[in-house]
Design a protein around this ligand. Structure first.
Ligand code: HEM
Length: 394
């Protein structure tokens, strides 16, 4: 995995890690809000910005040098600068939309606009410098453009709430945020990681070239026309992505029974369910199927693969060869257990939301518990002198 990436190209582990371990806390907060009956949009944004967006920002930082061959100059400083306004911004939007706390509305709007726009613009600038504009790069650029539009529409909605105006562009905001930012980034990353992790055949070049621009174009048409037809076209495009990717995974060469494969397969099956459900209704259940069913399942599956790898990569690249392998770092039974708990959380979020919320708390605590070993291993070794030092006469 990530073959050909050198230590000085990859960001320090702390840069993406701060996002990877903060995000599950907001999933837990979102679940608690659901249990205590806070406003639905407060719950929604604790998950969508607090959990999904934070992990995606961390993952993008990690993926850029690997997938695109470009990197941020001061990745740790960037992470620590971004995480503060993002965390305060999410707490403020949860207070505003979950509890109607008026004073938090402007705090949320300003901090989220500044931090999400700053990150989107500097990352788009990096991606435009990419030596090769692969289909993943195009999908990532369209995903970040969607985040720019979703955020400015989000601020417009916050201002409309303050002024008591009609909430225009609500559906457009949701579409750019969920289908554009979240959906297109997962598609862009999947073009690289599914063939790389599981040795599958790549999706056809024509399909990869057209899918992300078609989804983005449909979101723009949906925004301008507000015609439901484009909402359904978007869902059919995601349905086709899920079906073809599932097929590719079924034909994969590396037929290892490993949990991250099952996370991807579950996520793709839930994306198919969400797309079909979109022809029945577009209510909270649809948001659960697309947001927690598809997107969050991919996120957990990827984190279980990425975090142990990064610990191994950073420590072994410094010459610590006696460390456990990635498989030894994490008890795989816990990852399988998480998958089953996660699927039951989705089922109950769909049927008995409060029970689903309790299960969501359990699964995020299990995730943090399972990841404590590799993370502890990294910090145990981080400040030790590298065995390579004496070779370099240090
Ligand atoms: C980045 C991830 C985000 C996602 C996935 C997301 C998703 C959504 C969705 C699905 C809706 C409901 C749309 C509908 O009913 O059709 C919504 C509403 C809303 N969003 Fe977001 N959003 C995100 C970020 C933001 C940001 C950054 C802001 C503010 C800066 C924001 C402010 C709002 C507001 C004010 C509403 C309307 C709430 C109400 O009607 O009371 N959202 N969002």
């Amino acid at each position: 995995m990530f073959s050909g990436v050198s230590l000085d190209q990859a960001p320090p582990f702390e840069a993406p890690l701060i996002f990877f371990i903060t995000a599950p806390l907001f999933a837990i907060i979102g679940a608690i809000l659901l249990i205590i009956g806070a406003g639905g949009f407060g719950v929604l944004h604790s998950f969508t910005i607090g959990f999904l967006t934070l992990v995606m920002i961390g993952a993008l930082q990690q993926m850029l040098p690997v997938v695109v061959g470009v990197r941020f100059k001061y990745p740790k400083a960037l992470s620590y600068t971004l995480i503060v306004p993002l965390v305060i911004g999410v707490i403020a939007i949860v207070a505003a939309l979950g509890f109607g706390h008026a004073d938090s509305v402007s705090v949320a709007g300003i901090l989220l606009l500044l931090s999400l726009w700053f990150f989107s613009l500097i990352t788009i600038a990096k991606l435009l410098k990419a030596p090769r504009k692969s289909d993943s790069v195009i999908a990532m650029i369209l995903s970040l453009l969607s985040l720019l539009f979703a955020t400015i529409l989000g601020v417009h909605l916050l201002i409309s709430l303050i002024l008591g105006n009609e909430l225009n562009f609500l559906a457009a905001h949701g579409a750019f945020a969920a289908f554009g930012w979240v959906g297109l980034l997962i598609i862009g990353v999947s073009y690289q990681v599914i063939p790389m992790f599981y040795v599958t055949e790549e999706l056809s070049p024509l399909f990869k070239q057209t899918l992300a621009p078609a989804i983005f174009g449909s979101i723009v048409f949906y925004t301008v026309t507000e015609d439901k037809l484009f909402f359904w076209i978007i869902n059919v495009l995601f349905l086709s992505f899920a079906l073809i990717s599932l097929l590719r995974m079924k034909e994969r060469q590396r037929k290892l029974k490993e949990p991250s494969v099952a996370f991807w397969q579950s996520a793709l099956i839930l994306l198919i369910a969400a797309a079909i459900y979109s022809f029945i209704d577009q209510d909270e259940r649809y948001a659960v199927a697309f947001g927690y069913g598809f997107a969050a399942t991919v996120v957990y599956g990827m984190l279980y693969k990425i975090i142990p790898f990064l610990v191994w990569f950073h420590l072994s690249s410094r010459g610590f060869l006696g460390i456990p392998t990635m498989k030894e770092m994490v008890n795989e039974d816990f990852i399988w257990l998480h998958l089953y708990i996660h699927l039951s959380a989705i089922f109950f979020l769909f049927t008995v939301p409060k029970l689903g919320a309790y299960i969501t708390i359990v699964e995020n605590l299990l995730f943090l518990w399972t990841m404590r070993d590799p993370i502890k291993l990294y910090f145990d070794y981080r400040d030790r002198p590298s065995p390579l030092d004496h070779l370099q006469g240090r």
